[in-house]
Design a protein around this ligand. Structure first.
Ligand code: AFP
Length: 331
């Protein structure tokens, strides 16, 4: 008996959990298929002539990379036609995207960061795609921005693909988190990690230390204690990693534990990462894997969004470390 494919896993999940609709499984399949095509485009690197800047800016005021634009278009083309969605939203587009009139509308909203870690594209470091699936509010046929502004606990599915040495898809449908590795020879995502479980304790933290002078006191205290290692209150040494691609840092946390932090600070007063299509899907996955995710104070999945591209502070990963950081914020 070979490995379980993504299709088999999704059918098994539908059989085991009646609330998982065939449409949701089909949507996950087409998103995954689109990510295979993105992986192939990225894998060509400079040979495809699509590295570098697209010469435009996105709603965040960030210069769009050629691959940002291409991957955004690929995800829209892959998902708009099938009758699964009533609307979609992307980091790369200011407004939500209305499904063209010639296509049927469906019961989900899809939100994504088509290529996260763009600053790493041109230097051949892992990047990824992050996506989140929300229910379209009842009776809404042409969703507006407000229809996307649902707390993360409403998500029915979430996932990301990390385009690294291997192309790995991580998803949750609300019943655990699992990972699939792309078999490039057959073009199939094969199940390689069932029921991912994050260790509750860790000795590894991830933060962009160049922001240290801007950190608020609870974060300063937490990091200083980690740096003090066994000479300090933690009584053990810590390691640090920072890849600057959330997908890669989060996949490491899922694989061996850790705490990932992009907290609010004096320079990023609302945080840097986006709530709806970065923090929410990642927090759903992390919680399903037994971890925790807060903005330093509040559970991320309970935050009521007020804007499509709003940013949020993020502290996620091994539960006991996230609790410690959150307790420091509350002291
Ligand atoms: P880019 O997509 O602009 O490279 O940002 C990536 C990201 O949103 C997230 O993936 C990283 O964890 C974080 O920003 C890196 O931020 P710094 O560049 O400030 O370290």
């Amino acid at each position: 008996m070979g490995r379980v494919t993504l299709s088999q896993y999704l059918i098994q999940q539908q059989r085991a959990h009646k609330e998982i609709a065939p449409d949701l499984a089909a949507l996950i399949e087409v998103v995954a298929r689109s990510c295979k095509a993105i992986s192939a485009a990225i894998g060509k690197g400079a040979l495809a002539g699509i590295l570098g800047s697209h010469g435009t800016q996105n709603v965040q005021g960030e210069t769009q990379k050629e691959l940002d634009v291409i991957s955004n278009e690929m995800l829209i083309e892959a998902t708009e036609w099938g009758g699964w969605l009533s609307g979609l939203a992307s980091e790369e587009m200011e407004q939500p995207y209305s499904i063209p009139a010639q296509y049927p509308r469906g019961k989900y909203l899809l939100l994504f960061d088509p290529l996260d870690g763009s600053s790493n594209i041109d230097v051949n470091v892992s990047i990824g795609t992050i996506f989140s699936v929300l229910p379209c509010p009842k009776g809404v046929n042409d969703p507006a921005e407000k229809d996307f502004l649902q707390p993360g606990r409403n998500q029915v599915a979430a996932g990301f693909v990390v385009y690294g040495p291997a192309t790995i898809l991580v998803i949750t449908l609300g019943h655990g988190a699992v990972a699939f590795t792309l078999d490039r020879e057959t073009g199939t995502f094969l199940l390689t990690s069932e029921n991912i479980g994050i260790p509750e304790d860790t000795s590894e933290f991830a933060i962009n230390a160049s922001n240290a002078r801007n950190w608020h006191p609870p974060v300063k205290r937490y990091i200083e204690e980690c740096l003090a290692g066994k000479t300090g209150p933690r009584g053990r040494d810590f390691n640090m990693r920072w890849i600057a691609s959330m997908v890669a840092d989060v996949f490491r946390v899922l694989s061996r534990g850790g705490v990932f932090m992009y907290p609010k600070d004096a320079k990023h007063e609302k945080g840097r990462l986006r709530l709806l299509y970065e923090a929410n899907p990642m927090s759903f996955i992390i919680e399903q894997a037994g971890g925790a995710a807060t903005d330093g104070d509040t559970r991320i999945l309970d935050i009521q969004p007020t804007a499509l591209h709003q940013r949020v502070g993020v502290v996620l990963g091994s539960k006991n470390e996230v609790v410690r950081v959150t307790d420091y914020h509350r002291e």
